[in-house]
Ligand binder design. Sequence first.
Ligand code: ADP
Ligand code: MG
Length: 454
Amino acid sequence: MTESSLAYTTPDSWTQFLLFAKNKLTAVAFRNWIEPIGVLEITSTEITLEVPNVFVKEYLLANHSKDLAAFLPINNEGKPAIKFVIAEKKIVKKPSLISENKPKVDTQKQKSKLNDNYRFQTFIEGAENQFVKSAALSVSSRPGKTYNPLIIHGGVGLGKTHILHSIGHSILEKRKDARIHCITTEEFINDLVEHLKNKSLGKMKRYYRSEVDVLLVDDLQFLQGRENFEEEFCNTLEALIHQNKQIVITSDKPPSLLKLSERITARMEWGLVAHVGAPELETRVAILQHKAQQRGLTLSNEIAFIIAERIFQNVRQLEGAINRLCVHTKLLGLDLTEELVEQTLSDMLQYVPREAITIDDILKYVSKTFQVSISDLRKKGRKKEVVIPRQVAMYLACKLEIGTLQSISDLLDKTHSTILHAKKNIEKKLESDELLRRQVLLVEKHINQRSKNH
Ligand code: ADP
Ligand code: MG
């Protein structure tokens, strides 16, 4: 899936903004200020607007920054990422006209084609991407000196490109003149084809061997089945590695599962191979909240959980969900409720069929994890080693909502206040007791797996 499949990255997002503005403004204001604006280019990270004069630009920023941020690409500060071009006299472009013009490249940063939003600062960390992130940070602080090449692999939309570009930005922050070359495998092959056609392969080789300090290659899987190009790719890698130039490569599979020559595979496995996994519930909630905040959308914890529980395969979809909710709340002025989530995201939300969790499941896995008997858990005795596991069982019965407080107290033969006290006590302990946190997570994991296995 490409980024252009998101609502806000399509040219349509400008039309949506126009619709919104038309609703909000008087006809005269709309005609004077908004209508004369033309769109020159929309990418996933920036929109280039052509304005008749600087006043229109100032008007737009002063009055509609927040609205624009809801519809258009945003920068890492959450502001609308707009490049303004003042129209030359007489050339008046119609709104929504998308030209092929590319912005001029001058600085090293622009040359390297790094996506401005993909930075470590905007990358949300969770257990499943911690390892990749720390390897990436280490490579960024000492390029060419730690892991070379660094291979990042994992499924679609899990942040591989985001990390790749973050490495580029981070190196440039420390060394402005670093020559970072960020390229997709597809672009590398096209380049190669072009140079072969023009009989200028030597020029390309010289470029890679003497004008690149850091090579960032995205989506290596596209080299599969392109045997003619493997050799030149591998030569390039080797030449750079010999000069201690850092290489980072992303791929949707680990090198050993890619259908590539042994030579390349061996070269890859020489470096560090790091896996980025699908985010767990807590990370997904954090990502949703981060993205919502960037777009100026107020998202309650409750709604974030509802979305995160039902969109779980891919971060890009989480982002898409926030963009869609943003447009709907802004455009129609609706409150962000559970119903709105159901309505606007119905095609994205998935149901995870679950067997109802019972008190017996909880007691069984608490007993296993804490090594105490189920009968001890049910008893009222004060044996020290049973007190915490018993409270954990009560805490989980509440957390996993196996029933009302009354039914939980009946099932465990405890009073309401004992259960509430246990729940509070465990919640408090979990803030500081790492071991207990792990044990409780383990119990929950077992319970969840039990549901899947049924
Ligand atoms: P991949 O290259 O693995 O297919 P991307 O790097 O393109 O995935 O990520 C898809 C989208 O999700 C991007 O917009 C990216 O910024 C966002 N994203 C992925 N992982 C995270 C994360 N951990 N924190 C914040 N944003 C993320
Ligand atoms: Mg990618």
